[in-house]
Write a protein that binds this ligand. Structure first.
Ligand code: AMP
Ligand code: MG
Length: 287
């Protein structure tokens, strides 16, 4: 599998219609993919240790997708096996009135990663160019007239791009992942949520309503991805009809990004080594 196939950095266009959501790369079966995934989780542990110890760069991983595409499971998966002290997760829900009283990036900026940390966004400020665009929600919130123009989403793409560039230039990596699930697969997963009592809680009435806007959402995703994909802060469109394949791809994306950052444990100076030996002696000779 080559994650370059799923990487969008502005040089090629992402087209929803041309994207195969069912693909499973070169993996013959699920077992092979899961083995590879486990290897990656081991690599991830070591890389995260070094990222944390070095404390210079931080990582932001954004998951965006339609309902039931596997966002929660993907977040849980990336978290599995990594040190909870070095990672935080934020879910972006319908904004509160307090959040709406600020600019749309504010609530995300407040929880942006620290150096040495991995921060995961389950949904993000991209909702402000997705659900908001699809339902024209910007017309229902207190915004000045001069702002509510036909250009508002073009302007927001630019603002998002600038913000992500700002993060990158200040030592943070931004990885954006769109879990691309098909409408048919979503139907299957909704049916499972309805048929399995243990999963009933996952289903909300609004899910069916949003499903009705599928085409508009796909267009909004396509536009947002194409407008905000850059070499520094690329989008990855991950085929999500097979959960096991999606997770294998996600693992590879996260690991390869961290590998390219190549974090290092801080070097211990000769002076410090001498000091440490003294402390060692003190401990050994302790009464
Ligand atoms: P869930 O992720 O299923 O818990 O649902 C969260 C809901 O919040 C989704 O329906 C999102 O579309 C919605 N949401 C997130 N951010 C925004 C936003 N900025 N404006 C409106 N709705 C949003
Ligand atoms: Mg939902």
């Amino acid at each position: 599998m080559d994650i370059k196939d799923f990487r969008f950095d502005g040089t090629k266009k992402f087209k929803v219609k041309k994207f195969d959501t069912k693909q499973k790369g070169s993996f013959d079966d699920r077992v092979e993919a899961e083995d590879r995934r486990d290897d990656h989780i081991m690599d991830l542990q070591g890389l995260q240790d070094r990222l944390y110890a070095e404390g210079k760069e931080g990582v932001l991983i954004i998951f965006q997708a339609m309902d039931a595409a596997g966002k929660d499971g993907s977040v849980r998966y990336v978290m599995s096996g990594i040190n909870p002290a070095g990672v935080s997760v934020h879910n972006f829900k319908v904004p509160s009135s307090k959040e709406l009283s600020h600019d749309f990036l504010w609530r995300a900026m407040k929880v942006a990663p620290q150096r040495g940390m991995i921060t995961i966004f389950n949904r993000s400020y991209y909702e402000d160019v997705l659900v908001v665009k699809v339902h024209k929600l910007h017309k229902k919130v207190p915004l000045p007239e001069r702002v509510v123009t036909d250009d508002i989403f073009e302007e927001r793409y630019e603002q998002i791009k600038n913000y992500e560039k700002h993060l990158h230039q200040n030592g943070f990596r931004v990885i954006k992942i769109f879990l691309n699930v098909s409408k048919e697969e979503q139907k299957e997963r909704f049916l499972q949520r309805i048929d399995d009592p243990a999963r009933n809680w996952k289903f909300s009435d609004g899910d069916i309503v949003e499903r009705g806007y599928w085409k508009k959402y796909m267009k909004a995703y396509e536009d947002a991805i194409n407008a905000t994909a850059t070499p520094e802060c690329p989008w990855y469109v991950v085929p999500a009809d097979r959960k096991w394949f999606a997770r294998a791809v996600i693992a590879e994306i996260v690991v390869s990004t961290l590998e390219s950052m190549n974090p290092q444990f801080p070097e211990v100076s000769e002076e410090r080594k001498v000091e440490l030996l003294k402390f060692r002696e003190m401990l050994i000779n302790e009464m």
